[in-house]
Design a protein around this ligand. Structure first.
Ligand code: LLP
Length: 428
C-alpha cells in the first residue's frame, strides 16, 4: 500500500483504501481472497502488537504480567505472536492449555480461569506447571486441593476470583461481575474463602482476581472494582494471608461503531495511581485482556452470492454466516461492513446482510446502505475477537481460513477446513 495515497478507516489504523482497494497493512484484500477463497479472516499483526504496546506502556516500570485471554482468538499463529512479544496467557480449558503450549508459551506465565475445571484439566495444568489457578468456588478449592495432593507435597498456586458486584454497563451476556452471575465468589464470602484456602495443604495462595465483564467502554467500572478489591485485600491480609499478585481481569472494549473506550495506557495510568494511593503499588499486577488485543486487528472477507429484493427488505446474501461470525446472532452485535472496492458502482440500496445458514437469526448486519452486485467482496470489520474462536460447523459448513499480515508479508495461519476434516471423528 502506498502510504501517501492510503485512507485508513476511522478507528482502524492498519486497514485502509489504497489505489481504490481495501488493504490490511500492505496487502490488498482482494488478492488474498483470490488466493485463499472466502470467507477469509485476515489479521494485522501490527495492530495486535500496537494494542499490546499500549498495555505495556501503561504498566511500564511495574512488576506486571499481561495474560492474553486466548478465548478471544486462539489460533496458534496469534498465540505465537503474543508469546514472542512476552505475553502470558489466560486459559479456560485443557484444550486451550494444549494449544498455548503448542504455540510456545511458558507454562509459568499461564493462568487458568473458569467456573468448571475438571479434575483431568487440573492434573494437566499441574503437570504442566502453570502459574496460577483462578478458583471460582469453594467446591473447586476442595477438588483442586485433592488433585494436587495426589502427588505428596504438591501445592497448586491459587487465586480466588471475587465478585465485586460492579455493573460494567455492557451486554448482559458478557457482564460477569454482578451478584446474579455464575462467576466468582461473593464479596462478602471472600475473606472466609481465603481462610479456608490458606488452611488446605495442597494449595498455596498467591493472589486475588476479578473480571467484571467484556466490551467495557468506560473507566468507572474498573475504578469501582479496584476499590472494592483493595478493600478485600486489606481484610484478607489482616488475617496474615499475603497476596502477591492482584489480577484485574480483562474486559476493555474496542471501537465497533464509534465506541470510545479508554486507551489501555491511559486507563492503567489511572488505575495505578489509585493503587499507589492506597499503598498497593508494590504488588505484582496481572491482567487478562482478550478483545482489546485482537478485535480490531481482524476483518472477515466475504463474497456477495446474491442480492434479493424482499417485500419489506432487501437482502444481500453473502458466503459468511453465523457459524463464522456468531456475534450478531448471539449478542445483536454491530460489525461495520465495507466494500473492498473504494468507489462502488451503481446506487446504494439498504440491505440486511445475511448468510446462507437456515435460520432467520443468521444475519451479519441490518439496514446497511451498500452498492453491491453479485460477486463483489465485502469486509466485515472488528472480526479479530470472538469470531473464529467461536466459529462452528453448523450446517456442515467448513471453518474459514485465516491469514496474518505483517507489513507486506502474509502467513496462512489456518487452511480452510475440508469436509474430510469434519467427517474424521465420526463413524457409521
Ligand atoms: N478473563 C476472564 C475470566 C474472562 O471470562 C474473559 C472473557 C476475559 C478475561 C477476556 O475478556 P475481554 O478482554 O476479551 O473482554 N463472546 C463474547 C465475549 C465473551 C467474554 C468472555 N470472557 C463477545 O463476543 O462479545
Amino acid at each position: 500500500m502506498s502510504r501517501a495515497a492510503a485512507t485508513a478507516l476511522p478507528g482502524h489504523p492498519h486497514i485502509a483504501y489504497a489505489d481504490g482497494s481495501l488493504h490490511v497493512e500492505q496487502r490488498a484484500l482482494d488478492g488474498l481472497a483470490r488466493e485463499h477463497g472466502t470467507p477469509l479472516f485476515v489479521y494485522s499483526a501490527q495492530w495486535m502488537l500496537d494494542a499490546l504496546a499500549a498495555y505495556q506502556r501503561g504498566l511500564a516500570g511495574r512488576d506486571a504480567l499481561i495474560c492474553y485471554a486466548m478465548k478471544a482468538n486462539s489460533s496458534l499463529g496469534v498465540l505465537r505472536l503474543f508469546a514472542q512479544a512476552g505475553c502470558g496467557f489466560d486459559i479456560v480449558s485443557g484444550g486451550e492449555l494444549a494449544r498455548v503450549l503448542a504455540a510456545g508459551a511458558e507454562p509459568a506465565r499461564v493462568i487458568f480461569s473458569g467456573v468448571g475445571k475438571t479434575r483431568a484439566e487440573m492434573r494437566q495444568a499441574l503437570d504442566a506447571g502453570i502459574g496460577c489457578f483462578n478458583v471460582e468456588s469453594e467446591a473447586e478449592l476442595e477438588v483442586l486441593n485433592a488433585v494436587a495432593l495426589e502427588q505428596p507435597g504438591r501445592r497448586a498456586p491459587v487465586s480466588v476470583r471475587i465478585n465485586p458486584n460492579v455493573d460494567p454497563k455492557t451486554h448482559p451476556y458478557i457482564s460477569t461481575g454482578l451478584k446474579g452471575n455464575k462467576f466468582g465468589v461473593a464479596h462478602d464470602r471472600a475473606a472466609a474463602v481465603y481462610r479456608h484456602a490458606a488452611a488446605l495443604p495442597g494449595l498455596q495462595v498467591v493472589g486475588i482476581d476479578c473480571h467484571i465483564g467484556s466490551q467495557i467502554t468506560e473507566a468507572a467500572p474498573y475504578l469501582d472494582a479496584l476499590e472494592r478489591m483493595l478493600d478485600l485485600v486489606q481484610a484478607i491480609e489482616a488475617e496474615g494471608i499475603r497476596l502477591h499478585h492482584l489480577d484485574f481481569g480483562g474486559g476493555l472494549g474496542i471501537d465497533y461503531n464509534g465506541d470510545t473506550p479508554p486507551a489501555a495506557d491511559a486507563l492503567w495510568r489511572e488505575l495505578l495511581a489509585r493503587l499507589d494511593a492506597r499503598g498497593f503499588g508494590d504488588r505484582r499486577i496481572v491482567i487478562e485482556p482478550g478483545r482489546s488485543l485482537v478485535g480490531n486487528a481482524g476483518v472477515c472477507v466475504t463474497e456477495v452470492l446474491y442480492t434479493k429484493p424482499g417485500e419489506e427488505k432487501n437482502f444481500c446474501i453473502v458466503d459468511a454466516a453465523m457459524n463464522d461470525l456468531p456475534r450478531p446472532a448471539m449478542y445483536q452485535a454491530f460489525h461495520r461492513i465495507v466494500p473492498l472496492r473504494e468507489a462502488a458502482e451503481g446506487q446504494a440500496l439498504r440491505y440486511d446482510v445475511v448468510g446462507p445458514v437456515c435460520e432467520s437469526g443468521d444475519w451479519i448486519g441490518r439496514d446497511r446502505d451498500l452498492a453491491v452486485r453479485e460477486g463483489d467482496l465485502l469486509a466485515v470489520l472488528s472480526a479479530g475477537a470472538y469470531c473464529m474462536s467461536m466459529a462452528s460447523n453448523y450446517n456442515t459448513r467448513p471453518r474459514a481460513a485465516e491469514v496474518l499480515v505483517h507489513g507486506d508479508r502474509t502467513t496462512l495461519l489456518r487452511r480452510r477446513e475440508t469436509i474430510e476434516d469434519q467427517l474424521r471423528a465420526e463413524q457409521l
